[in-house]
Design a protein around this ligand. Structure first.
Ligand code: HEC
Ligand code: HEC
Length: 385
């Protein structure tokens, strides 16, 4: 109730302020937030950035001792050399399994209010434990993480300096990781420079692509604002992930996730596609919906989409040009849910090239980082002599 009330007030307030600055007109009743250069990311008041905290977070992000069997770190699925994601359609998983979704880049995740493909975490501080403890990703245990860190003198010292901990506290592991992720920012792309006024930053083809993005191709409908996402959920009718019919391991993870997310027995047996937002809401109308991803840094993050269905911009643009997909959910629900916002676009080959050239302008130089030298465990007492 209160939520709905606040929301409608907020909407009124927005249209008033748009009108006040002369932007609203009858024809732009559903005007979308304008594309813009990226500013600095928000930082929560209870987890302020300090150089020492960021450095600690970096070590922890690269440290596989956070993972269950001490062999998998955040950086193993978010590899700096693979766009800070993982370049298989479906991500690698915890040793022995594969994941069930495409690994997302952590670049610019600092700006998102809804993390993961279905927005199941609301902050980086809440996202990190889901990743580190989730069965098919880090598969860790809180007490095990604390126990291991307590045996690493360098961490004991650093957690004390940064957080005042007597020994490393697991909740501060998440805070430090989040602080590090808030430094993985990609805000100086040719597109950003152009939006800040450097008109030479985009070439003529990219400028035409930008116009198509906001016009004929209507990408702006969902990819809008400085992040190029509205952070809403849509079903695009994507083709089925190939792995789910060809890889036994992928099948197992897929079935496990149905069970873990509590679907009905009938659905467990029949389902052939990721039901997306449905798992969180259990509303049929949410079947197959996923959060619109931001589009910066995508030159490095293929394959695309929650199931890695497309390998390059050409495939993505062809998909949208034909009005999206027509994947039928086993019981017909998926197709019924497909967004009405996608329609055949009728782009010429030249226009497709222009659009792809614009997508390229959303990525600047690659953000590279070497694995830092990680602190060792304390020597065993027997070895100290
Ligand atoms: C085994 C692989 C794996 C590991 C380990 C892993 N991740 Fe991920 N990460 C993924 C996948 C796959 C997704 C998308 C999953 C989904 O949406 O269900 C993801 C999503 C994310 C996102 C969301 C980005 C966005 O756009 O919403 C962030 C942030 C992230 N991971 C950070 C981390 C951190 C921090 C760690 C270490 C604590 C970590 N990940 C460990 C595979 C992994
Ligand atoms: C109706 C909303 C909507 C419209 C319109 C739309 N998109 Fe998307 N886009 C999405 C959603 C949602 C996803 C993720 C879908 C999924 O994984 O299931 C996505 C994914 C993408 C991706 C993959 C990004 C990644 O990290 O995997 C690219 C690239 C992309 N869109 C480009 C475009 C372009 C170019 C256009 C215009 C031709 C466009 N989109 C129009 C909602 C939209």
């Amino acid at each position: 109730m209160t939520m709905a009330k606040t929301l409608s007030l907020a909407i009124v307030a927005t249209s008033v302020s748009l009108a006040a600055i002369g932007l609203a007109s009858p024809a732009s009743a559903d005007m979308k937030p304008a594309l813009a250069a990226l500013g600095p990311p928000p930082v929560p008041a209870d987890n302020l950035q300090t150089p020492e905290k960021i450095e600690l977070g970096k070590l922890l992000f690269f440290d596989s001792r956070i993972g269950g069997d001490a062999s998998v770190s955040c950086a193993d699925c978010h590899m700096s050399k693979q766009g800070w994601g993982f370049n298989d359609p479906i991500s690698r998983g915890y040793p022995g399994v594969i994941h069930w979704r495409n690994s997302q880049t952590v670049i610019n995740s600092a700006y998102l209010g809804k993390l993961f493909w279905t927005g199941s975490a609301k902050s980086l501080e809440n996202q990190a434990p889901a990743a580190a403890l989730g069965a098919v990703s880090g598969n860790g245990e809180r007490d095990m993480v604390e126990a291991r860190l307590a045996f690493i003198p360098e961490y004991v010292k650093r957690f004390n300096q940064v957080f005042g901990d007597d020994w490393p506290k697991v909740n501060n592991v998440w805070k430090a990781m989040a602080a590090f992720e808030r430094t993985l920012i990609h805000d100086n792309t040719p597109f950003d420079k152009y939006m800040r006024g450097d008109k030479g930053a985009l070439n003529a083809q990219q400028v035409r692509g930008l116009e198509l993005f906001q016009g004929k191709a209507n990408c702006i409908e969902c990819h809008n604002g400085p992040l190029l996402t509205d952070q809403k959920y849509y079903n695009l009718g994507l083709p089925r992930a190939e792995d789910w019919s060809t890889s036994g391991l992928a099948q197992i993870t897929f079935r496990y996730e149905q069970y873990a997310k509590g679907v009905t027995e009938e659905m467990y047996r029949k389902i052939k596609d990721d039901a997306g937002l449905y798992y969180r809401t259990k509303e049929k109308s949410d079947m197959g919906k996923f959060r619109t991803p931001p589009l910066r840094y995508t030159a490095y993050t293929a394959p695309f989409m929650h199931n890695g269905a497309f390998f390059d911009f050409g495939e993505v643009v062809d998909f949208y040009n034909s009005g999206g997909g027509s994947n039928e959910f086993t019981d017909g629900t998926m197709a019924a849910n497909k967004t009405k916002l996608l329609k055949p676009l009728g782009l010429t080959d030249g226009e497709k090239e222009d659009l792809m050239a614009f997508l390229d302008s959303l990525s600047g130089p690659e953000i590279k980082m070497l694995t830092p030298k990680l602190p060792p465990y304390a020597p065993l007492p027997a070895m100290a002599n």
